[in-house]
Structures are given as C-alpha cells and as structure tokens.
Design a protein around this ligand. Structure first.
Ligand code: C2E
Ligand code: MG
Ligand code: MG
Ligand code: MG
Length: 290
C-alpha cells in the first residue's frame, strides 16, 4: 500500500518497504521458537447448514501472538514457515491441538465436523497421512469428523502423488475439501478426478454476489458444478443477510462467514454452537436472483 502521495511519496513507500522487510526478518527469526513458547493458538469459526438449520462444523484457524508485533495473520507467517522448513512441525501442532480441542467439544454429544487447513508442503513431505492418523488416534476423534482443507493452488502442479495422498486421507474416512475454490485455475477435467468431497467457494465470489448480476450467475454455476460432481459447496465470507438470501436462492446450503459467526477461542465454542439461533438463517423476503 502506498502510504503517502506527492513529494514524499517515493521516500514514504521506500521506508515502508524497509519496515516491511525488517518485520519479515524479525518474524522469520522468531517463528522457530513460537510453538515452544506457546505463542500459537487456534480460533474456530462456525459453518452453518441452511437445510439442517444448525452449526454443522467449525474451521480451525491458526494465530500467532508475537510478543512485539501482536497478533500476526496466518496469511503472513504460513508462507514464512513454508520457506523455512517449519511448516511440518507447525502443521503437526495445528492438527494435534485442533483435534484435541474438537474431541472435547464433541464429547458432549455434539455432531460437528472439524476443518483443518493444510499446506501443500505438508502433502509434499509425504507424512501428512501419518500425522493425521496420529492426531486422530491421540485425540480419539473419529476420522469422519475431520475435514482436511487444501487450497486449489496445491493441485496446480498436477502431481499424481499428491492426489494419491489425498485419496489415502479419504480412505481413512476423512473429508477432503478444496479451499478458496475458484480463485485459481483448476481445470474442470482435473477437478472431476480429484478425491474431494467439498468445494469451499472463495470469498471473492460471495462479495460481489449482491451487486453484480454476473457475480450471482458465477455462484450459481459453482453450485451447479458441485451438484454435478457430487460435492457439497460451502460459501466462504458470508457477511450480509442479502448475500445469505441470494446464496440460499442459488441453492448453496452451507455458509461460513461473519454473518454466521466470527472465529472464537475453543473455550467459547460450545456456547456459540449451542446458542446458535436458527432464525438467523431465515430469509425474510424471497429474493429474485438477478
Ligand atoms: P481460509 O482457509 O480460506 O480461511 C478463511 C479466512 O477468511 C480466515 O482468515 C477467516 O478468518 C476469514 N473470514 C471468515 N469469514 C469471513 C468474512 O465473513 N469476511 C472476511 N473478510 N473474512 C472472513 P484467516 O484466519 O486470517 O486465515 C487466512 C488463511 O490462512 C486461511 O484461509 C488459510 O488458507 C490459512 N490458514 C489458517 N490457518 C491455517 C493453518 O493452520 N495451516 C495452514 N496451512 N494455513 C492456515
Ligand atoms: Mg480453510
Ligand atoms: Mg478459504
Ligand atoms: Mg481464503
């Protein structure tokens, strides 16, 4: 982002670049100790089913509380961890922590799925299946409750071994979802071959849905695509009742976003799930699809 315009514009953005690279190297230096120092934590965001009229699952999202920089977004440090070879230990921590927290949540009789985001590097490292198996065993969580979220971009390199790893997760009983679907360029032919049960439609589709008629048409075609391929479609980033109304009219039955619920710490999750008011999924006025 350009901080200042005019005479000082060049210098201001130059300073910003220097600042940014200092921050980056500080974060890269501190990341290896972050797990051991207990600076990572998970928050969990609910996903609602409009037909079931309840919360069907949660997605675990990692946070890093840096002692100097405060909360750092995964958008910023996952990439660093990938570059530094730290991604596997980090993902192991996420898997172990998320499954343990989720096992406690469902021990009260709740039927909820858990979504965990996975880096392609973990798939490439060829130990994901083993790490998932271990996390399930330790936590006692049934495999059918775990959904592994991989981004569409991971499948771009058309690596048969990665597809085979995903198929193994599927065979274990886990659900595999394609995250940020539509952001990249998966070919439809390729998609049809993937062992994937869920498409998580990128937030970018949802944000334009109520302002741009073509946006609504695109969402409609993703929903149809999911139906054709036998995959459930989850809409990400649902923020307004108007977006929810349109998504529902277009046949999208699974919703995630601030309208449904913000990410919360594990100890607040039971209250969020149990206290969810199904009336919030009601579409007040029937909407016409533009
Ligand atoms: P994602 O998996 O697509 O997760 C959804 C992101 O959208 C989350 O950002 C969430 O907080 C945000 N979000 C949810 N609802 C709304 C909404 O209504 N409006 C807007 N504007 N945003 C919303 P977050 O937590 O910053 O995570 C960003 C990305 O970082 C994730 O995208 C995921 O790709 C990655 N990530 C998160 N946790 C992990 C992890 O444990 N491992 C790996 N490898 N990646 C992770
Ligand atoms: Mg995700
Ligand atoms: Mg996503
Ligand atoms: Mg995303």
């Amino acid at each position: 982002t350009v901080k200042a315009q005019g005479k000082n514009g060049v210098r201001a953005s130059g300073e910003a670049l220097v600042e940014e690279s200092a921050r980056r190297s500080r974060l890269a230096r501190d990341l290896p100790g972050a797990i051991a120092r207990g600076q990572l934590r998970l928050v969990h965001q609910p996903v609602a089913g409009t037909a079931e009229r309840r919360i069907l699952g949660v997605e675990a999202l990692v946070r890093w509380d840096h002692p100097v920089h405060g909360p750092v977004s995964p958008e910023e440090f996952i990439g660093l961890a990938e570059d530094d070879g730290l991604i596997v230990p980090l993902q192991r921590w996420v898997l172990e922590t998320a499954t343990a927290e989720h096992a406690r949540l469902v021990a009260g009789g709740r039927d909820l799925k858990l979504g965990v985001n996975i880096s392609v590097r973990h798939l490439q490292a060829r130990c994901l299946v083993e790490d998932v198996t271990r996390a399930l065993e330790r936590s006692g969580l049934p495999a059918r409750m775990l959904m592994i979220e991989v981004t569409e971009s991971v499948l771009m390199d058309d690596d048969e071994r990665l597809v085979a790893e995903l198929a193994e997760l599927s065979a274990l009983g886990c659900i595999v979802s394609l995250d940020d679907f539509g952001k990249g360029y998966s070919s439809l032919a390729y998609l049809a071959r993937l062992p994937v049960q869920v498409l998580k439609m990128d937030r970018g589709f949802v944000s334009g849905i109520d302002t741009d008629p073509r946006g609504a048409a695109l969402v409609g075609s993703v929903v149809d695509l999911g139906r054709t391929l036998g995959m459930d479609v989850v809409a990400e980033g649902v923020e307004t009742p108007e977006q929810m109304a349109l998504l529902t009219a277009l046949g999208c039955r699974f919703l995630q976003g601030w309208l449904i619920g913000r990410p919360v710490p594990a100890d607040e999750l039971a209250a969020v799930v149990d206290g969810f008011d199904a009336a919030r999924l009601e579409v007040p006025v029937p909407v016409a699809v533009p």
